[in-house]
Design a protein around this ligand. Structure first.
Ligand code: URA
Length: 237
């Protein structure tokens, strides 16, 4: 059970103050009955809330696709730097949102923002084998030998182990690489291991979910239910 005004504000419908005004104007009904007070507790998953006769669709969790621009932190908040959460338009804001799987500050592309911790955990768990595809611009072409090393798996001097990556395309200084984990600086470190510097990095896909080409850098949209499922099942697209 949750307070009606809290539900309306966290669902991005209206502020608590506006909710009080709407209620006093008899515009809000719960299960068909007008409510006069907005501090009443209701069950948002089962009770039917309508404002001006229009039903409010309650979303327990939200799943947002962002095309992350360069120079923005993958974090919920930061005192000194702009974060991906700061970029969200007002109507997408609600408490508890965080980026599920970080991208480096200078990395661009597909990022998922949600308030569903279990979902993020599943998506990031190595056991679920959710692959990620990146496009990398390097300072030099990748050789056959580099590919063999990257596709065999790498152990750094500090003991960090990177499971084998898969080079899916290789043309000039640009490659596409699929990885199964999401360790800190993983792609950059894998190429550094074979003596190459990643100059630009963009994430194109997570599982079966491909970055929407219509989203400009910094823009976002909600994922459909089908797209949420496609993250865990690369074959359904
Ligand atoms: N690998 C990296 O090196 N950086 C990223 O942002 C993502 C994967």
């Amino acid at each position: 059970m949750e307070r009606l005004d809290k539900i309306l504000s966290t669902q991005g419908i209206c502020s608590r103050k506006d909710a009080r005004k709407l209620a006093s104007d008899k515009k809000i009904t719960v299960n068909g009955e007008p409510v006069r007070k907005t501090d009443i507790k209701i069950d948002p998953e089962n009770d039917i809330i309508e404002i001006g006769g229009k039903r409010i669709e309650y979303k327990k969790y939200v799943y947002i696709m962002m095309n992350k621009p360069e120079g923005v932190l993958s974090a919920s908040n930061d005192r000194n730097a702009e974060t991906v959460i700061d970029l969200l338009p007002e109507e997408y804001r609600r408490p508890g949102l965080f980026p599920a799987g970080r991208l480096d500050r200078d990395t661009t592309g597909l990022l998922i923002i949600t308030d569903d911790g279990d979902f993020a955990h599943r998506m990031l768990s190595p056991k679920k084998h959710v692959t990620k595809l990146y496009k990398a611009l390097l300072d030099a072409p990748v050789t056959e030998r580099d590919i063999t090393v990257i596709e065999s798996g790498i152990t750094l001097k500090d003991g960090t182990v990177y499971r084998p990556g898969r080079i899916t395309e290789n043309s000039g200084n640009t490659v596409k690489i699929e990885i199964t984990e999401g360790k800190f600086h993983e792609v950059k470190n894998m190429f550094a291991y074979v003596g190459k510097t990643v100059e630009k990095l963009e994430r194109l896909r997570i599982g079966g979910l491909v970055l929407d080409e219509n989203l400009k850098r910094g823009e976002c949209r909600y994922l459909t239910d089908f797209e949420i499922l496609s993250i865990f099942n690369s074959d359904i697209n």
